[in-house]
Ligand binder design. Structure first.
Ligand code: PMP
Length: 370
């Protein structure tokens, strides 16, 4: 209204559940050591980056046209990668992709959630899940994880039986705790779930030896969907590529709700180059896993409580004043994440140099004022 000054949010017919809500996201600060959003600290190599540039240039010559809407070449490459990484071989029709696994999982809620329906997860867990539910009008219900952040299979099954959710979201390894779920938990949920069960394996490539992937359960469970991402293991967070493996029926449902041409030709080209180099990228993941295990051991030696981690980050506590510790680290040039239960902080595994800076800064902070 011209006379009342600039239009504010309050003047708009914002949905009531969005009133007063801040956009989700960690602070993006200009700090020397960034260990706050579980990125891969190692960028694509110069050779891979050059190849990506060439692939983008080739794609650019065709940008007057819409991209390949079904992107079956990319889906075939992703299927090849899953076979290499986990030994589970799927046809391209059982693989789907979108702009980050956040978009993939939002599509799952768009297809299977909605008014009058329920989605279930187990807290503490990834903070975007309730946003997918909110944005699709889906009722959101969480069970509790145990004190060690594991999920009790019978308690989980009981909650799913009671709530009859059309979607269950199980993060494994979980964010922010790093906890992977044994197959028994996923199977207990699948046995009683009336709808789709998503196992979010954004960090799966970082799991310790012997920890299974839910991909192994796909053959027997057509309502299981395993979500993955190129943001972490592939050092490709900036490209926004997430994907999902499930039955052809579940993929068909996602094809109904996706926007046409949602995955740009540039994105498809860049992702396919990265996938050509997956063996090299997985060698980098092995280094990060070793670095993670050293970091867990070091934090425990300090007398801290540390959650077992199958991811590229570590949750540690308990700090009497976690905000003061977080701020102390930031003052020393190290940005980590103030998330998880009170008293705990989460740090991503960086390069050896970055992790060394984190260790020095934390030792300093815990020593207190001189
Ligand atoms: N799932 C989990 C558990 C995550 O931690 C993240 C990223 N922080 C995502 C999904 C989404 O990642 P992306 O959209 O980059 O694939």
């Amino acid at each position: 209204d011209v006379t009342d000054g600039p239009l504010g949010l309050a003047d708009l017919p914002l949905r009531p559940e969005l009133r007063g809500v801040e956009p989700y996201g960690a602070p993006q600060l200009d700090v020397p050591v960034l260990l706050n959003v579980n990125e891969n600290p190692v960028p694509p190599s110069a050779a891979v980056a050059r190849e990506m540039g060439e692939a983008v240039a080739a794609a650019a010559r065709g940008l007057n046209r819409y991209p390949d809407r079904e992107f079956l070449d990319l889906r075939a490459d992703l299927a090849d990668f899953l076979a290499l990484e986990s030994g589970v071989r799927l046809p391209p029709e059982q693989v789907w992709a979108a702009n980050g696994s956040n978009e993939v999982m939002l599509q799952v809620l768009q297809a299977f959630g909605g008014h009058g329906r329920t989605a279930v997860s187990f807290a503490p867990t990834y903070s975007m899940y309730p946003e997918y539910a909110r944005d699709t009008g889906t009722r959101w219900v969480t069970g509790r994880r145990e004190d060690d952040f594991t999920v009790d299979p019978s308690a989980a099954a009981a909650l799913v039986e009671a709530e009859q959710p059309s979607v269950v979201l199980l993060a494994s390894p979980n964010n922010p705790t790093g906890t992977a779920l044994p197959a028994a938990v996923v199977e207990a949920v699948l046995a009683v779930a009336p709808g789709v069960v998503v196992v979010d394996e954004a960090y799966a490539e970082f799991r310790r030896a012997g920890v299974p992937s839910a991909l192994e359960l796909l053959a027997d469970h057509p309502r299981l969907a395993v979500s993955r991402t190129m943001s972490k293991a592939f050092s490709l967070a900036g490209a926004r590529v997430g994907y999902l493996a499930s039955s052809p029926a579940v993929v068909d449902a996602l094809r109904v709700v996706r926007l046409p041409y949602h995955l740009s030709a540039v994105t498809q080209a860049v992702a396919r180059v990265a996938l050509r180099h997956s063996a090299e990228l997985l060698r980098g993941v092995a280094d990060l896993r070793a670095e993670r295990d050293d970091l867990v051991a070091w934090l425990r030696d300090l007398g801290l409580e540390v959650a077992d981690s199958d991811a590229n980050f570590v949750l540690f506590g308990r700090l009497a004043d976690r905000h003061a510790a977080w701020q102390g680290l930031l003052d020393r040039g190290v940005l980590i994440r103030e998330t998880g239960p009170d008293g705990w902080l989460r740090v991503s595994v960086g390069t050896p140099e970055e992790t060394a800076r984190f260790r020095g800064a934390l030792a300093d902070v815990l020593a207190g004022p001189a």
